[in-house]
Unconditional design. Structure first.
Length: 113
């Protein structure tokens, strides 16, 4: 189950998603490779944001979502999921261990009166 970001994004604005990565001992670890993908709750890719490469990943990564990343079709709040996928090197279990992390957040639509 993805972690839930408590802050709400606003349609058409910008919104930062931050992920911190840990090894099996709970120590911060920089992934050796890392990508992220933005989807809706049905798993559909949003704004062509699929497997976006983070070229030099660190133990804490922030991505900025904006524009069509935060588009809302209609007047209802919508949910989005950011999924990070990568590998890391473990002192205990060896190199290239899989890493997956997800965070979900809500987007509030702009209502024009």
């Amino acid at each position: 189950m993805p972690g839930v970001i408590k802050e709400t994004a606003t349609e058409g604005s910008s919104f930062q998603v931050t992920a911190t990565f840990f090894d099996e001992s709970g120590n911060p670890v920089a992934p050796t490779a890392l990508t992220w993908t933005l989807t809706d709750l049905d798993g559909s890719i949003v704004n062509s944001r699929e497997d976006v490469v983070i070229s030099t990943p660190s133990s804490e990564e922030s991505i900025l979502l904006e524009g069509d990343d935060l588009a809302v079709d209609g007047n209802d709040q919508v949910q989005r999921i950011v999924t990070f996928v990568g590998t890391y090197d473990s002192a205990t279990h060896g190199n290239d261990k899989p890493l997956v992390d997800q965070s979900s957040f809500t987007i509030m639509p702009i209502r024009i009166i």
